[in-house]
Design a protein. Structure first.
Length: 424
């Protein structure tokens, strides 16, 4: 078979059984031809099974275009902070995978719709990372950039593009790190890259632009409300969680309501929120003690694990079962003595619900009362990821620790992380 085709060509491949059309990709296996189908999926075809390859269209060499943004003086200005993730990626025609959009111009070329809603005054790239590679130090960097933008009198709000995997950790961190919030802080994402017809990036960015110029002065996560391209939810930064690995409506508000529905052309409020105050000055409070851990309890778990954390950490969040349960004194693997010992030695132990929905209640069963007596802090309906971030932030305030106010501060409702009333 004559190989006059090359990566990037549109081809039709005929095998003994069928005809397959797509774009040729770079294959690292010599015996396989790799093809990207129109659906967006990749397929490998054994060369031995191929009868004919017809070139439908030769690869077009991409020309770098100068992207110029025409400002509309009637629209408000926002700052855009790019940190990485699928929303900041594009198809690599050679490998069939995705690569970062390495410049602001590339990103803006893919998503021009937001410029009919807002002017992008400035683009900041503190780093480019997949969100699973982020650390608390990265949350602090983002907060520093956000605070500067919020206190710029010419800026209406801030949009942060971010990977999905740990986005709810970052939204929680910013909710605690920035005090006296005066303008909208919007985090958004996409589950599918910009080259795919089913990409959710465009709608998410359009709705985020509306949110950034709205009256909602909150840290919020904006993304698809359904699997359709109809509207987005603006969700509280401390009450949101990724609940699906691949759907476009991956994020849901837990035990609370979204602030609003955002359509490409309108806003429908759903719950109360703080309103913007352009005269107020936002303040940075991004201290964080990284000697914190998040531990999930499972049946049969040995309480000796607490010895490990007591030696290396200053605080842990335990995801407990039910209303906040761990094996009590009558259980074979009684956790109570180890918990008392760890707390007496200075380890802060908080309990968050292992369930997605609902609230802890230590008073229903003797199990919970034993844990209370041992000094465990029950965190109401706080999400475990939010609790982890908050504990690191609280322990970062050395004065609070020195004054013995850790429990008081963990139960103080700073950013809507605790609900007095569970919402459906």
């Amino acid at each position: 078979m004559e190989q006059d085709y090359q990566t990037g060509d549109q081809v039709s491949i005929r095998t003994l059984k069928e005809e397959i059309k797509g774009t040729l990709l770079e294959s690292h296996e010599p015996s396989i031809i790799l093809l990207k189908l129109k659906s967006g999926y990749n397929i490998g075809i054994r060369k031995d099974d191929i009868r004919e390859v017809e070139i439908l269209e030769k690869k077009k060499e991409a020309k770098e275009e100068n992207t110029t943004i025409k400002e509309n003086p009637s629209l408000p200005y926002i700052d855009l902070i790019i940190t990485g993730g699928t929303i900041s990626s594009r198809l690599d025609p050679k490998s069939g995978g995705v690569k970062w959009l390495t410049s602001p111009e590339q990103l803006l070329k893919f998503y021009p719709e937001i410029f009919s809603i807002v002017n992008v005054r400035k683009i900041e790239i503190p780093f480019m990372k997949a969100s699973e590679s982020m650390s608390p130090g990265d949350w602090q960097k983002i907060a520093e950039v956000v605070e500067k933008s919020l206190n710029d009198k010419d800026i209406s709000g801030v949009i942060i593009t971010h990977g999905t995997d740990t986005l709810h950790y970052t939204s929680a961190a910013l909710s605690f790190f920035i005090k006296d919030l005066n303008k909208p802080v919007v985090l958004t994402y996409s589950q599918r890259s910009s080259d795919r017809a089913s990409s959710d990036a465009s709608l998410n960015l359009q709705c985020s632009a509306l949110a950034a110029k709205s009256e909602i002065a909150e840290v919020m996560l904006v993304g698809h409300a359904t699997t359709n391209d109809d509207f987005c939810y603006a969700m509280p930064g401390t009450k949101v969680r990724k609940l699906h690995s691949s759907r476009r409506d991956a994020f849901k508000t837990v035990n609370s309501k979204p602030y609003a529905k955002f359509y490409p052309d309108k806003i429908v409020p759903m719950s109360s929120y703080k309103k913007r105050d352009n005269l107020k000055k936002a303040k940075l409070d991004n201290v964080f003690n990284e000697k914190v851990a998040l531990v999930k309890f499972y049946p049969g778990q040995d309480p000796d694990i607490l010895d490990y954390y007591a030696q290396r950490y200053e605080g842990i969040i335990i995801e407990a079962t039910g209303l906040g349960h761990l094996p009590p004194s009558e259980a074979k693997q009684n956790w109570i003595p180890k918990i008392k010992k760890a707390i007496d030695n200075g380890l802060v132990i908080c309990i968050a619900p292992q369930t997605i929905y609902g609230r802890l209640d230590p008073y229903v069963y003797s199990n919970g009362r034993e844990l209370l007596d041992a000094g465990v802090i029950f965190l109401e309906d706080m999400l475990s990821e939010t609790a982890f971030v908050k504990l690191g932030w609280v322990l970062g305030h050395k004065t609070w620790v020195k004054e013995g106010r850790v429990k008081e501060k963990m139960l103080e409702n700073f950013a809507g992380e605790i609900n007095a009333r569970i919402e459906e």
